[in-house]
Each structure stands twice: as C-alpha cells, then as structure tokens.
Design a protein around this ligand. Structure first.
Ligand code: ADE
Length: 257
C-alpha cells in the first residue's frame, strides 16, 4: 500500500517525479496517478487540482481505489500569522474550512454532523515531516541555490507547526486576510485544499500530513511572482523535504499500518 503524495502544483509534481524510480502512470477521473518508489518507499504521486472539491475527489480516489496507507500534501500557502513570512514553511497540525458556515443550524466552521471544525493531522507522520524540514532548512542555500535565497530573501526562513485554513478563494487583499486573522487568530496560513483532504482522511481513517511553503502574505501583492516562486522555491523545497523524509525512514516505518 503506497504513501500518496498530493501536490497542489504541476511544477511541484514534476520535480517530485524526477526523484521517483520506475514511475508509471494511470489515468482516473481526468487525473494522472504516478506510482513508483522513493528511497525504497512505495509512493503514489498526483496533482490534487485547485479548490476543495477537486482535492476531496482526488483524496477519495487515493483512499478507495489505491488504498493509500497515508496522504502527504505539499504546496504553497499565504502567510496569515505575524511571524509567518514568504519562504517560511508550515507543517499542518490541523486544518479547518474558513468558508464553511451552516450557522445558525451549526456553529460557524463546524462541518455539519461531524461535531467538529478542526481535523487534526497524524502526529507521527507530521513529526517526521517537521524533522525532515528542519534538516533541509539547515542547508537551504544548497537546496535552492544562492540566487533564489537572495532573490526571495530566504536567509532567515523558518519552520512553523500549527493550524492551516482552507477555502475556495485565493486571498489577495489585505482586507480579506485581516478578516481571516480576526476571525481565526490561531491560523498560521491559508490555502485552498488541505481541509477538504483532511475531512476525507477522517472518513477513511487515514493518516495525513501537510507541508506548505509560504509564497505570499495573502495581501494585495499576493499574485506577484507566484509562478517564479513556485519554480525557484516551492518545488525544489518540497522535493528536498520529501527526499529527506524518505531517506531517513526505513520503508514501512512512517505509519502504523
Ligand atoms: N495559496 C498560496 N497563496 C494563497 C492565498 N493567498 N490564498 C489562498 N491560497 C493560497
């Protein structure tokens, strides 16, 4: 049973595929699923698409059709909390849908009939991911190249662990990110898929871990240099962290099942 690697970004998937031995492709529901080995670990890599519906569909195919034994999400996010800057990375401890509101029938953000708004990630897989991230952060100039580190001001890049919030909206104004900060002060970062994947993992009882590189501050400059950041920073960064994760862990040791 493979560990599924879900990329939010095409360039990021292609960077990861270069590290996967013997990758072979299957097409299901208009998506490409690539199966192979990474440092001896059986892995399955694919794009989740953008937004919660696309992400949930992908996760359901992974759980049901491929019987993935864990899901590992990578991609970019907008930084919300004060110390979460461009070039930092956040390992998710929990996800929440910031645009879900069935009030007054249910409390704001709560997923109806689940009795919860927050979906926690797997502590063991997340701890292994955080450890791999810390080791990569220690050699960021070698991983990304001195030029990318200088261009994006990454000399003081940091790692964070905490709440990531998701919704079907790219947050690109200061007013929108201020509103999220005020409503959800614990949120470190915002993206568009993680909470949907977390809900599917909850349904199937699957361990989930998530790593997001901060591409912007979810403000009026949020779209600037997005593609360049993805190619120069987010893709090699995620591939290096996954490479470190799989290199350091004996196959089969990352999850209980
Ligand atoms: N992914 C990266 N940046 C984002 C933002 N500002 N809003 C939503 N998703 C994002």
């Amino acid at each position: 049973m493979p560990i599924a690697l879900i990329s939010a970004l095409r360039h990021e998937l292609h960077t990861a595929l270069a590290c996967i031995e013997g990758a072979r492709c299957q097409r299901i529901a208009g998506r490409e699923f690539w199966q192979g080995r990474w440092h001896g670990h059986e892995v399955l890599a694919m794009l989740c698409g953008v937004g919660k519906v696309a992400a949930a569909t992908t996760a359901a195919v992974l759980a049901d059709r491929f019987q993935a034994r864990a899901l590992l999400l990578t991609g970019v996010a907008g930084g919300l909390a004060a110390g979460v800057r461009v070039g930092d990375a956040v390992v998710a401890r929990a996800f929440l849908q910031h645009d879900l509101d069935a009030s007054p029938l249910f409390p704001r953000y709560e997923v109806p009939f689940y009795g919860r708004a927050m979906f926690e990630t797997d502590p063991r897989l997340s701890a292994a991911l955080e450890a791999a991230l810390a080791r990569v952060l220690g050699r960021l100039p070698q991983v990304l190249g001195a030029q990318a580190v200088a261009e994006f001001g990454l000399t003081a890049a940091r790692a964070h662990g905490g709440l990531i919030i998701s919704g079907d909206r790219f947050i690109a104004t200061r007013a929108a990110s201020d509103a999220l900060r005020q409503a959800l002060p614990d949120a470190l970062a915002v993206e568009m898929e993680g909470a949907a994947i977390a809900q599917v993992c909850h349904d199937w009882g699957l361990p989930l871990a998530g790593l997001r590189t901060i591409s912007d501050r979810a403000d009026d400059q949020a779209h600037a240099d997005f593609d360049r950041f993805v190619c120069a920073v987010a893709s090699p960064y995620a591939a290096a962290v996954l490479d470190e994760l799989f290199r350091a862990a004996p196959p089969g040791s990352l999850t209980n099942s």
